[in-house]
Ligand binder design. Sequence first.
Ligand SMILES: C[C@](O)(CO)[C@H](O)COP(=O)(O)OP(=O)(O)OC[C@H]1O[C@@H](n2ccc(N)nc2=O)[C@H](O)[C@@H]1O
Ligand SMILES: Nc1ncnc2c1ncn2[C@@H]1O[C@H](COP(=O)(O)OP(=O)(O)OP(=O)(O)O)[C@@H](O)[C@H]1O
Length: 280
Amino acid sequence: MTSFSLLAPAKLNLFLHINGRREDGYHELETLFTFLNYGDQLTFTLTETTEIEVTGDTTDIPLKDNLIYKAAVLLQKHTNSLFGAKINLTKILPMGGGVGGGSSDAASTLLALNKLWQCQLSLSELAALGVQLGADVPVFINGKSALAQGIGEKLVNVELPSKWYCVVHPSEHVSTAKIFTHPDLKRNTPKLKGHWQQQTLANDCEPLVKKLCPEVEKTLQWLLKYAPSKMTGTGSCCFVEFATQKEAQHVLENLPHNWDGFIASSVNISPAHTQLDAIH
Ligand SMILES: C[C@](O)(CO)[C@H](O)COP(=O)(O)OP(=O)(O)OC[C@H]1O[C@@H](n2ccc(N)nc2=O)[C@H](O)[C@@H]1O
Ligand SMILES: Nc1ncnc2c1ncn2[C@@H]1O[C@H](COP(=O)(O)OP(=O)(O)OP(=O)(O)O)[C@@H](O)[C@H]1O
């Protein structure tokens, strides 16, 4: 196989507790990750030179900063691969929306090129490379819904019931770094004791983001008409959960005209892994 496509799925943080700040500035957190059957589309084609070419919806991001390019170069250097690749991106996920699009692109690139270049690195070796690109990359490499600890890289797989989500993307962009460096961020939630299902679960970034971005506050309020609303990651996307597609579709159909959103079902195994396993 010298060319194939993979999805880079979205993630949702079903809760996000911040337990403290480390000396390097990163935060200790506890979060529950689920994957959505919805994401960016990436096509990988093997080339016989070492060049890495990224095409498609990449205009906003300089090549050297693109997490797809960075992931490819990292793997190439780590394995001394003499191959290259042409990678085409169809961007579907909102950038900086808290659904992990950049991290998921990076993870799908590592997974795909590991196969295309026959590097034969294990998932834990790929995750160790991935965490150098972002705290969220390992969960996408691991490919299973998981409870994460540490900076988000210590993962315990969990089985979650499949749900339907309506995800709304407010027009305001939220910088993850800005939230994590803000003095008013709540950083003192005690670590979970016992099973997470028996606890009160929240997103500790939500009060601060609501204060800084009125659009997020407005979105969460509007969604409350339908179901308990939550924010994912450091925002700005907000979501509501349902048992059926019909209920999620109903919210999407009623979105105010200038708002963006999508619906998707959650899956316990990342669609990138399901697709990769089907390639021989
Ligand atoms: C908030 C989450 O989206 C939850 O899934 C992630 O933990 C963020 O993951 P990410 O976007 O892959 O994060 P990175 O690209 O590694 O870091 C973005 C910014 O967030 C801060 N950051 C990130 C993760 C973490 N546990 N503590 C942090 O303080 C970093 O210092 C950096 O300034
Ligand atoms: N291929 C890429 N896709 C999206 N963003 C990228 C990519 N490469 C680099 N970036 C940079 O990464 C930043 C964060 O992107 P991303 O879409 O992952 O944010 P996010 O959904 O808030 O992620 P998280 O929840 O992990 O914080 C973007 O603002 C962009 O500058």
